[in-house]
Ligand binder design. Structure first.
Ligand code: B16
Ligand code: MG
Length: 215
């Protein structure tokens, strides 16, 4: 492919904030009177805060009034923000900086395509903002993954056609979004979960530009 831009999901690809999301959701579940497991948490990756809450409530068989949902989501976010406010650059996942540097050296544009409304805080905490030409996060978009809006907006802000972009994602919903947007996708994580991606890698440590251009 004529590779000109790479769009990175943030949570689970560049940093492991999935664990902080999980800690906060599990705490909420506990308060509501049920256990929320790490397996249950898989369905929350990459999806919006409200959809995550609805999945969590369904998992626990709990029904609440519409109004209370906003209160619960805000409570979870409060704990989550507390957890991420202590993050440091040490938490950048291995291989991320190496890959970003080699892409930029080759003139390939880089973007963040995240569903999170806390993406800005995270990027500031890990001091990685300047490595991205474009940042699209949950504050800029209306439709959550698997809708391709977040990635299409990323390509648009880079002034690139979707066909010359690759998306890096750790979530099933994110790979679906990349496919729906007409982009190549690299799944970062387990092949069982991300088998529908064009390529699946365990992390960003070894991936080369040559392999990416061959997609
Ligand atoms: P927030 P990503 C996503 O980020 C997370 O994977 C997902 O678990 C979370 O619910 C969503 O952001 C919204 O996050 O509550 O911080 O707005 O993977 O798209 O970078
Ligand atoms: Mg993710």
């Amino acid at each position: 492919m004529d590779l000109r831009g790479c769009i990175f999901d943030l949570d689970g690809v560049i940093v492991d904030t999935a664990k902080y999301h999980f800690m906060a959701w599990r705490r909420l579940a506990k308060e509501l009177g049920f256990e929320f497991t790490v397996e249950d948490n898989e369905a929350l990756k990459g999806v919006s805060r409200m959809t995550s809450l609805e999945i969590l409530l369904r998992t626990g068989g709990v029904t609440v009034r519409e109004k209370e949902k906003a209160v619960l989501a805000a409570r979870k976010n409060g704990w989550y923000v507390e957890f991420i406010s202590g993050m440091t650059p040490d938490e950048i996942l291995p291989g991320s900086i190496r890959l970003l540097k080699s892409l930029r050296k080759a003139g390939i544009l880089t973007a963040i395509g995240s569903a999170s409304r806390n993406a800005g805080t995270i990027l500031d905490r890990i001091e990685l903002r300047e490595m991205f030409d474009v940042i699209v996060d949950g504050n800029k978009i209306h439709k959550a993954k698997p809708d391709p809006e977040v990635f299409l907006r990323g390509a648009e802000e880079m002034n690139l056609p979707p066909s010359s972009c690759i998306v890096f994602e750790d979530a099933q919903a994110g790979i679906e979004a990349a496919i729906a947007g007409g982009m190549k996708s690299v799944g970062v994580g387990s092949p069982e979960l991300l088998g529908h991606a064009d390529l699946v890698i365990p992390d960003l440590k070894k991936i080369t530009l040559k392999e990416l251009r061959n997609l």
